[in-house]
Design a protein around this ligand. Structure first.
Ligand code: BES
Ligand code: MN
Ligand code: MN
Length: 465
């Protein structure tokens, strides 16, 4: 392993150039117009896996976008690491807020990334982080330093709910058999504060539609005399939180796993500056559920947020109109042991019940997903911890994240193994947002840390047997 730094130094320019090529393909899974690009990205990932030394690479068709599978089986008696990642990306809009085009990657220095960061949609989430694993594998195969078996499973539908991944996993349990699952699709606290993600929130995503009169109306002739769907919708949405910012849906908190005082104290030990947090977002105060800190609000507590709201006239100038319909998209982030299907049903029942006379309400469930929390007393976590200690010179902090990777809970159930979330992104990397970027330093540090995980895990696993 002594040569890894040298290998990275020698090849880093090529690593970055290759990642840039991958980032140029607009693999937007949410938008059918990019279908060919999503398929082409799968082909490109498969090629890269082959080049990195994967003996067997397959592009597995699904009813949706393909899953790229690759493996190196050295010896059936050695442990197997399964790497998961995704090659699809979020839509880049609003385009006018990008300083450079989302699919024309550029490397620019920033305050947080003095070594430069790659700006492009998918740079951090997840092409850049996924590609760290491909390059770590290249290092291990080129230097005869792969200590165990490895399997790759890179999907193209993560950003739209991984609908076909469950289908694939349940049909390929033997093929995907492994001793630990390794994912880099989360973040870390700071460059000098390494952390390992030990929890992900679940998700329930719904769309609501409020219909009033059967056509758009003149707001002078009818205003004040009929229910205005936009007025009604915003009032209904506002009522979903009380004055303490608790969610008002009956039963919403019934299954919530409350942390003990000791667990909360432990959490509070992670370094955090409220001042920097506010400064980074240009806000003069934080906002959220009474009785919880910012880090608790965004990780161990369930939340409800409007993600989009529309209706009526939004073009230039003014148009006096009462729209017939109003819409909103709403996400609820869930914690253990909330069941997303049950929460979706609770939302639907409640939302329909608070609709006033004079409007009709429809609730359309989209996707959802289960939360995930992993203990730290397993060899997967210990191997990751040892790997970070080697490359950062510090013990990483376990941290629950607010984001969701719904498929992780399913992995544990279907494949019966623990998932280790080694993320190298920063909160400021603007994933899902204009000007997404990934630090060059983070990218290279990830490549350096991953092979250590393989070695540590193989050691600990062999000692177990
Ligand atoms: N990689 C993210 C999730 C993430 C990011 C978790 C940072 C923790 C830290 C993933 O690609 C994602 O965006 N997931 C979606 C859910 C999915 C069902 C669309 C999310 O969290 O909104
Ligand atoms: Mn992701
Ligand atoms: Mn994402």
């Amino acid at each position: 392993m002594k040569d890894i730094k040298k290998y990275i130094d020698t090849h880093q320019k090529r690593f970055l150039d290759e990642l840039i090529e991958l980032l140029k393909i607009p693999s937007i899974s949410a938008d059918k117009a990019y279908k060919d690009d999503v398929f082409n990205t799968a082909d490109a990932v498969a090629e890269r896996l082959k080049e990195a030394g994967c003996a067997k690479v397959e592009i597995c068709e699904t009813p949706g976008y393909p899953i790229v599978y690759g493996e190196i089986i050295k010896d059936k008696n050695l442990p197997t690491v399964l790497v998961y990642g995704h090659y699809d990306v979020q839509p880049p809009d609003p385009l006018d807020l990008w300083e450079s085009a989302p699919f024309e990657p550029v490397i620019k220095k920033t305050e947080g990334h003095p070594d430069g960061a790659i700006f492009a949609r998918g740079a951090c989430d997840d092409k850049g982080q996924m590609y760290m694993h491909v390059k770590a594998l290249e290092y291990m195969t080129q230097n005869d330093d792969l200590p165990c078996n490895v399997k790759f499973m890179i999907e193209g539908e993560e950003e739209v709910g991984s609908e076909n991944l469950g289908w694939f996993v349940s049909r390929n349990q033997a093929k995907l058999a492994n001793d630990v699952i390794l994912i880099s699709d989360t973040g870390m606290i700071a460059k000098d504060v390494p952390s390992i993600t030990t929890g992900l929130r679940g998700l329930s995503y719904v769309e609501v539609e409020v219909t009033g009169p059967n056509r758009d109306l003149h707001s002078g002739l009818y205003g004040g005399a009929v229910a205005n769907p936009i007025n009604v919708l915003t009032k209904m949405i506002a009522s979903l939180h009380d004055e303490n910012n608790h969610i008002t849906i009956p039963g919403f908190y019934d299954q919530v796993d409350e942390l003990t005082a000791a667990e909360r104290e432990k959490m509070a030990e992670a370094p955090f500056s409220l001042e920097n947090y506010q400064k980074a977002l240009d806000i003069d105060a934080v906002y959220g559920e009474a009785g919880y800190t910012t880090n608790e609000r965004n990780s161990i507590r369930p939340t409800l947020d409007v993600n989009g709201i529309w209706g009526g006239y939004t073009g230039e100038g003014a148009k006096t109109v009462i729209a017939s319909k109003a819409y909103a998209k709403i996400s609820m982030r869930l914690v253990p042991h909330q069941d997303w299907k049950e929460i979706t049903q609770l939302f639907k029942t409640h939302f329909e019940s608070i609709a006033p006379k004079g409007v009709r309400v429809k609730v359309k469930p989209h996707h959802g997903g289960e939360p995930y929390v992993t203990p730290i007393d397993n060899i997967g976590y210990q191997a990751a911890e040892a790997a970070y200690e080697k490359t950062f010179g510090k013990t990483p902090i376990p941290q629950r994240s607010g984001g969701s990777i719904p498929i992780v809970a399913l992995f544990e159930r279907e494949l019966n193994s623990k998932t280790i979330l080694m993320g190298f992104g920063l909160d400021s990397d603007a994933i899902h947002s204009p000007n997404e970027h990934f630090g060059v330093w983070n990218f290279l540090k990830g490549i350096e840390t991953i092979p250590h995980f393989y070695h540590e895990f193989t050691k600990l696993k062999s000692a177990e047997n």
